[in-house]
Design a protein around this ligand. Sequence first.
Ligand code: KG4
Ligand code: ZN
Length: 342
Amino acid sequence: MDNKDIKILAIESSCDETSAAIVVNGRDVLSNIISSQIDIHTKFGGVVPEIASRKHIEAISVVVDEALKEANIDLKEIDAVGVTYGPGLVGALLVGLQYAKGLAYAIKKPLIGVNHIEGHISANFIQYKKLNPPFVCLVVSGGHTYIVYMKDHGDFEVLGSTRDDAAGEAYDKIARAIGLGYPGGPKIDKIAKEGNPDAIKFPRANFHDSGSLDFSFSGLKSAVLNYLNQKEMKHEEINRADVAASFQKAVVSFLVDNSMKACKLKKVDKIAVAGGVAANTCLRKTLIDEGNKIGVKVLFPDFILCTDNAAMIGSAAYFEYKKGKTSTMDLNAVPNLKLGER
Ligand code: KG4
Ligand code: ZN
């Protein structure tokens, strides 16, 4: 490691994962410790904010210590502390933020507040060491669905976003409705492999006439719920694999069609995918197939970098640091922080 290397200690606690990482120069991950609360929230069918905050408090110092230990680095060697300050659950965000402030103050190093969604996008800079903007990015997580044109680090043009539910949220709701439990995305992904994607024709919102690249998933969600209700009322058996596969086909085709349109619009030859739903195997395959047809390369971070983790926050923090953008100690949690906002 070079003396000029910038080592960032990053913290992420916006939802149900407490994570700390050490990232060098925004690209190299020395450690990325993730303590997941999924098992606890599964009992309630979704994330319970109050429990999430309490569990973050219990885990945070252990996770940070572990990240330093695994990276074999002393706190004195850290150049800056990066932390997610939004969007997310306010109580959960505050735990990581307050801890990060305390650390930055103690080691007299800058604090860098990071937008969680920008963090998801940055996971691609860890995966692809030579990747630099501009490129199009599809951000698909539990709370957000965006198609953005990343002009430069920290400079985003939103080309489309969801008008109601996020893609991951739709996955989670349908999974619950067919009795698969939380978190639904990975479970639908798995069971859909045994189903027929053409078994049921679910409708898809369409804004094509207006040239919009927006999404909408609530109509699809209602269509699936209606289908399930009707089947139940008629005492007919429900083929969960077919429902999952048909629902997934509707979601994925929407995401992929808009992604390809965005690439053509911006005349780019690469699209990066980010967020928890980027782990979806059907989305990955369909994007690659469609991308091949128009000469667009599709970039995905490894599965572990797709869902919430602190390494992606450390990467985004580095590019802020390089621009001299640091935060003050009065930085507050912003639960509804938008992409590109500071
Ligand atoms: O990015 P993330 O970890 O947290 C947020 O910032 O929201 O995304 C979590 C979301 C959940 O809705 C989860 O069901 C979904 O990502 N997800 C998936 C898959 N793995 C996680 N959705 C579809 N297929 C997957 N394999
Ligand atoms: Zn996330």
